[in-house]
Design a protein. Sequence first.
Length: 348
Amino acid sequence: MNHHIGTLRSAASAPQMARAVATPELVGQHPLLEQVRSLVRKIARTDVTVLVQGESGTGKEVIARMLHAASRRADQPFVAVNCGAIPAELLESEMFGHLRGSFTGAIGSRVGMFQLAHRGTIFLDEISEMSPALQVKLLRVLQEREVRPVGSDRVVQIDVRVIAATNKDLEQEVAAGRFREDLYYRLNVVPMSLPPLRERRSDIPLLVEHFLTKLTERHGREAMRLTDEAMVHLWEHAWPGNVRQLENLVERLVVLSDNAVVDELDLPASMRVFITRTALPDVTVADSGVDLNAVVEEFENGLISKAMRRTQGNKQAAATLLGVNRTTLVAKLRRRGDAFSLLAPTFA
């Protein structure tokens, strides 16, 4: 059996066989991210199957690489397969391999990704895009730990750790009949969910700094930074493409900006939000009079609260929104400690 694997591997390309995996990094300090890191630490050195769910661009492959790098298989191959990027009629051959002449165009034997990942980790990205027919075959592979190359009457034993990922809700896909329920339960041994960037906006400054450091070095640029005003605009953006979209934006700024300091005018127009002044509340002056100081303080408290919530507790960004310096805002927060006691965890 091992001889059979060796024969097939002779047809594999060098990039597929490469075992050097860059050290993965999950940047951010948000509590949701800390939960993910904690789970990674718990299961990394096991062979348990993991299902990572999250929107496109949230870092699902980063998680898979972290699991592999911290596992007992770290010095073995890490093989990633994008099930949505390979035509359905070719995906079986890509995953399980084929023999020469097994179908039209098969001019040579090809080793499959599962065999390339032998003793290592295979990452099945966008697993929800796999056809029903191939789902059946994958289920058998996971159950029996063996693959049958297309056109072969022999099976090949494999030893792999499986990590799957999807940007869809697989429970909904199962309910709609688009994904096999038995395969879902086989994959969903340990579920892991990655939050979208809009739910951890407090990590945006850290991510920007990380990408600026990496990309200025890659493109031979001097150190760069974003102004507070530019950062506020990034904070307000919805980020439908998540962390990947942010990285692409930073690379664009690094390549195109003429200055080491990037301000809001350097950002794409679609990312520049316009922050309007909050309208004054409609306060009635009764015959008995009104407590002007109390009304002003209540209005100011409301503005500070909104700014802090909008920036998820980042005092510098909130101060920029309010048009004051950070020292002034911190002093106001301290004086109003009781008024903001319910929001204390946010402002920590």
